[in-house]
Design a protein around this ligand. Structure first.
Ligand SMILES: *Cc1c(COP(=O)(O)O)cnc(C)c1O
Length: 434
């Protein structure tokens, strides 16, 4: 580097020139000028010390910025609702609604009269329209909150009658009986793990009963010598019947014949249905309550309801999900395996053209996230050596696959079509060492 003209130390890019680079300018708007300038200074110092070429300064400054958190990832696991990956991905309409609602909104104001209006009325109206059989609806923070509110408001100093076969653990140590008793309600357990009969319930129901609870075992199946009492029979016991359907399916889906839906459950006689918003409904995290007007009103007016209320972003995303054409969850569930295979083969061919040989293999996708246990969806995957798992997971964007029998399987079912190029680039970015 004897030539002074080529000495990188003399060619340190100017601060204002670096800050004007589009990606750094965008970072200034998000992180503020001071933090970006600090990263720029560090990059300039490295150029000055001869560690970097001047042309690398922008990339180095970008790399020195704090990463976005949480990070967006590509879900190539073949698990539609992966709890660790945030369950449902929102529809474009819901995303647009979130952005619109980020500023000041009319969430609790009637613009026409200028008076206060019912909070979240658009989301509530959309939910009521989606399930006409529900006399009234309410929305809280999640499925667990819906149950807590029901237990607190409807079983004060009273018993919840529930089958021993339905005292389930949802995941990560979250156990339904613990949640229910934390409200002060008492559980009156009936039947056994594998069998409960209508007589078991009838014997337990009495003056101390707050309500009968039926819970959909959404993440396991009991097979063999089993019996459970259908909603229609439990509805005749003369006390309120609360049914936790779990997944938030509002109407039956032919692909998921064993998955209960809100409309059918209400039609069968449930007084109140509880469900999650971010499972099969494909919306934001929320707890849906649908049912008899008198019960929903008691929940809505209970003091605890204020602590469980959803924010304007959730209400906006929920309204858009319910009023929209479809969701990524629904699309992923209903993807034709032949279409998925052709898409996966196109990606394989593109990788082969870049000198990276990978195979396309049959795979099995699942709903996951506490829904449709036992349902296996025919799928296809790119099969890579297992050693790709870590670099893909820690790359940008992170690509999450499923490791099976020493192979890393990338199932595109839950990957947006337009992200195939990003998957291809991510695979190519992994060094080949054999
Ligand atoms: C998922 C689930 C819950 C909990 O719902 P969250 O929205 O995760 O709080 C409760 N009951 C059943 C049956 C579920 O599947």
């Amino acid at each position: 580097m004897g030539d002074g003209h080529a000495d990188p130390r003399r060619r340190v890019p100017r601060t204002d020139a670096l800050l004007a680079a589009p990606r750094l300018a965008a970072a200034v708007r998000i992180l503020g000028r001071d933090r970006v300038r600090a990263a720029v200074r560090q990059a300039q110092d490295r150029v000055r010390r001869g560690e970097l070429d001047p042309e690398q300064a922008t990339e180095a400054a970008l790399a020195g910025l704090p990463p976005a958190a949480p990070r967006a990832v590509l879900n190539a696991t073949g698990v539609l609702l992966h709890t660790n990956l945030g369950r449902a991905a929102l529809s474009d309409g819901a995303v647009a609604a979130l952005v619109a609602a980020a500023g000041h909104t009319d969430v609790e104001l009637d613009l026409d009269s200028g008076r206060r209006a019912r909070r979240g009325r658009d989301a509530l109206a959309a939910l009521a329209a989606a399930v006409p059989h529900a006399e009234a609806v309410h929305v809280v923070n999640n499925g667990a909150a819906a149950l807590v509110l029901a237990a607190t408001a409807l079983a004060v100093d009273a018993e919840i009658v529930v089958s021993r076969g339905e005292l389930v653990e949802i995941g990560d140590g979250f156990r339904l009986p613990d949640l229910l008793t934390s409200t002060g309600a008492r559980l009156r357990e009936v039947g056994t793990t594998n069998r409960s009969t209508l007589a078991d319930y009838a014997d337990a129901v009495g003056p101390r009963t707050g309500f009968v609870l039926k819970v959909h075992p959404s993440n396991f199946q009991v097979t063999g010598f089993t019996s459970a009492v259908p909603v229609r029979s439990l509805a005749g016991l003369g006390v309120p019947l609360v049914v936790d359907i779990g997944s938030g399916l509002l109407a039956p889906d032919p692909l998921l014949p064993a998955e209960p839906d809100a409309a059918s459950t209400l039609r069968a006689g449930a007084s109140l249905v509880t469900a999650s918003g971010d499972k099969l409904l494909g919306g934001p995290q929320a707890g849906l309550l649908l049912g008899a007007a008198g019960l929903v009103d008691r929940l809505r007016r209970h003091p605890l309801a204020r602590a469980l209320r959803v924010d304007k972003l959730t209400l906006a995303a929920l309204a858009a999900t319910l009023g929209g054409a479809g969701t990524p969850t629904r699309d992923a569930l209903h993807t034709d395996p032949a279409v998925l295979r052709a898409r996966t083969e196109r990606l394989r061919d593109a990788l082969a053209a870049d000198g990276r040989k990978v195979e396309v293999v049959p795979a099995v996708a699942v709903v996951g996230g506490g829904g449709a246990p036992g349902v296996e969806l025919d799928s296809w995957a790119l099969s890579l050596p297992e050693r790709y798992a870590r670099p893909l997971r820690t790359g940008e964007p992170p690509v999450l696959g499923r490791v099976s029998q020493g192979r890393l399987l990338l199932d595109l079912r839950c990957v947006p079509d337009e992200a195939d190029a990003a998957v291809r680039a991510a695979v190519l970015a992994v060094a080949v060492d054999d």
